[in-house]
Each structure stands twice: as structure tokens, then as C-alpha cells.
Write a protein that binds this ligand. Structure first.
Ligand code: FAD
Length: 298
């Protein structure tokens, strides 16, 4: 075994190509199947290459592809974000802040200005680490992802079904994530994302919790809720038992405590360098409770 694996080394020699359209990018991935890799900001990929975890021969740069970097909103489709949009562009976008504040809240807790200027939302999702910060808020907001293959053949999957395991997604070898689609929020709904890290910035989540709550204004009851946990399972997971405990009920402090306890029980964390499973379960309880309280404004 190569003892240098795991340590950061100089980048190997590599060719980078700069397609102008999605079709061109996909043709290049087809032509160099197995040897080529999509490349957006490189903030995840270059580190993996330096560790020799992946050694592509060709990088297909997506940053110059037309129509892959935008933030748009219309009443029918909701918010649409191009996959190559940088985290900084999302953070600065008034449209994103207005129509998906939970995503902007998550991005504001990510990395440093330098990394946010380069890293993209598409890269964060496609890299598919369990602690990816944009995943829980997007799943909580009911987002869908548009995937495009050869001949512009497109399909849409829910953000929830996109992840298959650590570093694994439903993307085929010649397929790219092109757009993140977030439906218009229903009235009387609110969402929030809280992340627990050891350091305030530049740290991956030990636990992240995104909660999106819709209340029935007349009854003061929970009409719908999505609680999504990050970094406590191989993929971002919905705390469905906790959601079930809340749905249709009048929201009280006791009910919030109960739902947070259930979310903690259904999380499936592991022990690792950033925290023990036991500690993570406790943090799921604490953060779920805090997100629910924040959503109801108490
Ligand atoms: C110092 C530092 C701090 C960080 N802090 C955080 C943090 O707080 N939270 C967090 O979640 N992450 C963090 N990250 C990780 C990283 O910055 C983000 O995941 C970033 O969003 C990745 O985007 P990128 O454009 O750089 O992806 P890249 O590195 O370019 O790509 C990542 C992967 O996605 C694939 N890919 C990229 N775009 C597409 C596409 N459109 N279609 C198909 N495949 C695609 C690439 O082939 C690659 O496998 C940090 C990284 C560093 C170096």
C-alpha cells in the first residue's frame, strides 16, 4: 500500500478543459469516460487529488459553462439556482435570502470567504459527505435537483433521494447536476438550520439540523414539518418519527421536548475524530429542540 495516501502531496500533472456548454461538458465526460471528472470550485476535489483518493487525468471545468450559474425566482417554479453558483453568490443574493432563508443561513455558517468565493452549491451536493451543510436545508425545504445527461436528457430527483452513501449519489458517470429547484414556501411556514462545530468557522458539522415547519394559523397546530439531520448517518436523514410526533398536534414546549428526544433516538451517528456517537445523539436532541423553538418563535 502507498504510505503517502492520506497525506497531502503535490498535485499530479493534469489537463483541464473549459467547455462553454453543458452538451460540450457531457461529450468530454463521455469521450474520456473513467479518466475525466467534473470540476467546479475544486475545494473538495483538489484536496482529494492531493491525497491521491482520486486521480483523474482530465478535469472538465464547469465554471465557464453558460447558464450554470444563476439565481432566479418566479411564482410558479419557485427559486432556481444553477449548480455552478458559488456559495458567496448565494450568501449575497437578496432573492435567495427572501425565498430560501434557511439555505442562506446554512451557507453563512460554511467555511471562509475565500472558500465560499470558489466553492459551489453543486460541488457541495455532488461531493456528498454526510456533513455537507447545504443538504439538510434543501431537503427540509423540499428541493428537487435537475440532472442532465447526454443529448440534454434531463431528469429530476428530490434532494432527499439524491444521496446514496458517503461520496455516493444517484448521478450516472455521464450526468451533471445542473439546477437546484426550491418550491415556493407555503404561508405560515418558517425554517432554520443550526450547526454544531468545535470552532465557529472553517469546521465541518459535528451535527447539523434543519427544520422546516408549517403551522395551521387557526389551530396553532403543526400542519407539516420536516426535520433533517446532517453528519449523523451515511446520508443526510429525515427524522421521520419526530416529524410524525409533531404533525397535526398543538405545539407546546412538552411536545418539542418529546420530538427532540425522538429525533435523537432515530439518528444513527458513528464515533469519529470529531465526536462520539453518544455526544452526537445528545447534540441532535439539543439542536432539534432549538430549531423547533426558533421556528415557532419561542
Ligand atoms: C477549508 C475548507 C473549509 C470547508 N468548510 C466547509 C463547511 O463548513 N461546510 C461544508 O459543507 N463544506 C465545507 N468545505 C467543503 C467544500 O468547500 C464545499 O463542499 C464546496 O461547496 C465544494 O464545492 P466545489 O465547487 O469546490 O466542488 P468541487 O471540489 O469542484 O467538486 C466536488 C465534487 O463534486 C463533483 N461536481 C462538482 N460540480 C458538479 C456538477 N455540477 N455535477 C456533477 N458533479 C459535480 C466533482 O467532480 C467532485 O467530485 C470546506 C472545504 C475547505 C477546503
Amino acid at each position: 500500500m502507498d504510505k503517502a495516501i492520506g497525506r497531502l502531496r503535490r498535485l499530479p500533472e493534469i489537463t483541464c478543459v473549459f467547455p462553454k456548454t453543458l452538451g460540450e461538458a457531457l461529450s468530454l465526460l463521455k469521450k474520456h469516460k473513467g479518466a475525466a471528472r467534473p470540476f467546479a470550485g475544486g475545494t473538495d476535489l483538489l484536496t482529494k487529488m492531493k491525497r491521491r483518493e482520486v486521480v483523474p487525468k482530465l478535469l472538465v471545468d464547469l465554471k465557464r459553462v453558460r447558464d450554470l450559474s444563476y439565481i432566479k425566482y418566479d411564482k410558479k417554479s419557485g427559486l432556481r439556482i444553477g449548480a455552478a453558483t458559488t456559495l458567496a453568490e448565494i450568501l449575497e443574493s437578496r432573492i435567495a435570502r427572501k425565498h430560501c432563508p434557511i439555505l442562506v443561513e446554512a451557507v453563512s455558517q460554511m467555511a471562509s470567504p475565500q472558500i465560499r468565493n470558489t466553492g459551489t452549491i453543486g460541488g457541495n451536493l455532488c461531493n456528498a459527505v454526510p456533513s455537507a451543510d447545504t443538504a439538510p436545508p434543501l431537503i427540509a425545504a423540499g428541493a428537487h435537483l435537475k440532472l442532465v445527461g447526454l443529448n440534454r436528457k434531463a431528469r429530476t430527483v428530490s434532494a432527499e433521494d439524491f444521496f446514496k452513501g458517503p461520496n455516493k449519489t444517484v448521478l450516472g458517470p455521464i450526468e451533471l447536476l445542473s439546477e437546484i429547484q426550491i418550491p415556493p414556501a407555503s404561508s405560515h411556514s418558517s425554517g432554520t438550520y443550526l450547526k454544531h462545530t468545535l470552532r465557529r468557522e472553517m469546521d465541518l458539522a459535528i451535527v447539523g439540523v434543519a427544520t422546516h415547519l408549517t403551522v395551521d394559523s387557526k389551530k396553532d397546530a403543526c400542519k407539516d414539518v420536516r426535520i433533517v439531520l446532517g453528519a449523523v448517518a451515511p446520508v443526510p436523514m429525515r427524522a421521520k418519527n419526530a416529524e410524525g410526533a409533531l404533525r397535526g398536534k398543538i405545539i407546546s414546549d412538552e411536545l418539542i421536548e418529546k420530538a427532540a428526544e425522538i429525533a435523537s433516538k432515530e439518528s444513527k451517528p458513528i464515533d469519529d475524530i470529531r465526536g462520539s456517537a453518544e455526544y452526537r445523539k445528545e447534540m441532535v436532541r439539543v439542536l432539534t429542540k432549538r430549531t423547533l423553538k426558533k421556528c415557532v418563535g419561542t
